[in-house]
Design a protein around this ligand. Structure first.
Ligand code: NAI
Length: 567
């Protein structure tokens, strides 16, 4: 609220309840006047500090934590006690702390979630509660713009994590605020607990979830349907992001609901968008047209197919037919090369299936077609790894790739690093420094031939926060392909490319906040152009985006006046 040009928040909380509200707590930064006004006198030590003083102490305490998991737990505790200080601290140390609150440490924290559980955050809708979903949602305020919904079947390359997976929805929401300034109180992490097939969790006496094997098939579909129906009823305009569903369910849910609600799947569409931006820039460095590429995707799952789809759509936008565009791809999964003689081929892989005759003589006698056979025969210009198979891009594969093209574009995207298809250092060494590389996890700079080379991190956080902010600002009814492409273009254009194939393909994490604002503006503009927005088309977009940004600063509070009923 605003009074005489000063922004303030109205609250009826006081005393210990105010200190216990993570959204309103200022701790030692409550002024003497506020302590008097809100019954806080004596409930805090006498010192009155600034947020900078508090940050100094918090960073000192953070630095004393002995490992990344402890640092993650420390930061989450701070989040649960003082949100403003938490966001201010992680904004200040964004490069250092992002890998602690998000990937890769978030995966470890999720594995330990039940053991380390302290304070609930977000909403759990479990299968046995399927007839009480409205009641659950009615425990919440109506003022929610964004939901991150997970069923936790396939968390960050570490698989089924049951109810512990709420941790990924919470982490994603933190990133939406950290990188794009979306108001944290207007977002909701939601865990739909349909059981778990993870034997460790089912045996763990401390497990916090519903101790049951995963609900599958029709029962699962009906449950998701009920959840979406109730969400739509309670929050008709909400933007819903699907997070870390199993590959078939991720795709089916998105296909089923994309034209019914405002929705987006980061694992499919976000990964596709960030990889696409990196490929656009790699193509600029190699002076190649998108249509000239031959693309091998090793790991045709959620991420791999999402990347293939986005590149394909972009190729079609540049004038290729759907058939021509699909013919530029060779997809591989755990059964080998995706060919048209496969039985029960997933419907989203079918358009990429290669004619079986093409590869019938590629494998050595008695063997099935392997990645090396594919690379030797296809001579790809782009090789992307989303398989979670550590070291799958070995020296032979990389050298074969480099023998077919001057500057091979190689993206080992699997996370965490122990699942990556190759390290950037090996790729650069084995290609005599000629490869153009981006990775899933962050890596330190590489020294090659007396030169220090930075490698781009193909991190979804470069896209989804800005896209989400744009969708909220535009009050978009749907997320269109055009809006995602606008985010891709803005992201690739945000890089100041040098005429050097080692030029960084994507912005650094430290520039994320600025990049996200620009992506948001590009998305709003596109939403207006496509008539997908629900705002005045003449709106000043930059002003709108700025007005929607929440900042981690302490604002003054006003007491809500309690009126006594007159006798
Ligand atoms: P997924 O399970 O949907 O897909 C994995 C795919 O790899 C499956 O198609 C599977 O058949 C295939 N695969 C497994 N073993 C294989 C083998 N030996 N040879 C060839 N293919 C094999 O998993 P999802 O969600 O697609 O994630 C995959 C990896 O990508 C994870 O490590 C994840 O962390 C990473 N990822 C990275 C992103 C980024 O860098 N921005 C974004 C999203 C995911």
């Amino acid at each position: 609220m605003e009074k005489n040009g000063i922004t303030y928040i109205e609250t009826d909380l006081k005393g210990i309840q105010l200190l216990r509200s993570s959204q309103l707590n200022k701790g030692t930064a409550f002024s003497d006047t506020e302590r008097k006004k809100f019954s806080l006198k004596g409930l805090l030590p006498p010192v009155v500090e600034t947020i900078e003083d508090q940050m100094q102490r918090a960073y000192h305490q953070y630095s004393l934590q002995t490992d990344d998991l402890q640092k993650n737990i420390f930061l989450n505790n701070l989040y649960n006690t003082n949100e403003t200080l938490f966001f201010r601290l992680i904004s200040e140390y964004i490069e250092e702390m992002m890998p602690i609150i998000y990937t890769p440490t978030a995966g470890l924290a999720i594995q330990h979630y039940s053991d380390e559980f302290r304070t609930p955050r977000g909403v759990y809708i479990s299968y046995p509660d399927q007839d009480n979903i409205d009641e659950i949602l009615n425990n919440l305020s109506n003022d929610i713009d964004l939901i991150v919904l997970t069923d936790s079947e396939q968390i960050l390359g570490i698989g089924d994590q049951g109810a512990n997976g709420i941790g990924i929805s919470v982490a994603k929401i933190v990133i939406y605020t950290l990188c794009a300034g979306i108001d944290p109180k207007r977002m909701l992490p939601v865990m739909i607990d349909v059981g778990t097939n993870n034997p460790h969790l089912l045996r763990d006496p401390l497990y916090i979830g519903w101790r049951h094997s995963r609900i599958q098939g029709e029962a699962y579909g009906q449950f998701v349907n009920k959840v979406i129906k109730s969400i739509k009823q309670k929050f008709p305009d909400v933007f819903l992001q699907w997070e870390d569903f199993g590959k078939k369910k991720a795709r089916c849910n998105l296909d089923q609901y994309h034209d019914k609600i405002c929705t987006f799947n980061d694992d499919i569409q976000g990964t596709g968008a960030v990889a696409m931006a990196a490929i656009l820039n790699a193509s600029k460095l190699t002076h190649t047209k998108l249509s000239d590429h031959r693309v091998v995707i090793f790991g045709a799952g959620t991420a791999g197919c999402g990347i293939a789809d986005r590149i394909c759509e972009w190729m079609m936008k540049e004038g290729m037919s759907s058939e021509e565009a699909h013919s530029k791809f060779w997809l591989m999964d755990s059964q080998g090369l995706v060919t048209d003689d496969r039985k029960n081929l997933d419907y989203f892989k079918a358009p990429y299936a290669r004619p079986q005759e093409e590869s019938q003589n590629w494998a050595k006698e008695g063997k099935t077609t392997c990645l090396l056979d594919v690379v030797c025969n296809v001579k790809p210009t782009i090789l992307i790894g989303t398989s979670t198979v550590n070291s799958a891009f070995d020296k032979e594969v990389i050298k074969a790739m480099a023998s077919g093209v001057e500057h091979p574009i190689i993206f080992p995207l699997s996370n965490p690093p122990i699942m990556a298809e190759a390290t950037p250092e090996n790729i650069l060494r084995w290609t005599d420094g000629n490869a153009i590389v981006a990775t899933g996890s962050p890596y330190p700079d590489i020294i090659l031939k007396d030169r220090s080379i930075s490698v781009a991190q193909c991190n979804n956080a470069l896209v989804f926060p800005g896209l989400g902010l744009g969708i909220i600002c535009a009050q978009a009814k749907r997320v269109t392909s055009g809006m995602i492409d606008a985010a891709v273009k803005e992201l690739s254009d945000s890089v100041n490319l040098q005429d050097d194939h080692h030029s960084l393909l994507l912005p650094k994490v430290s520039n994320l906040q600025e990049v996200s604002m620009n992506i948001a503006a590009a998305v709003v503009k596109k939403a207006i152009a496509e008539e997908a927005a629900n705002i005045n088309p003449k709106t000043d977009i930059i002003k709108l985006v700025n007005e929607n940004i929440w900042k981690p600063i302490y604002v003054p509070y006003q007491q809500i006046k309690q009126f006594k009923a007159s006798k």
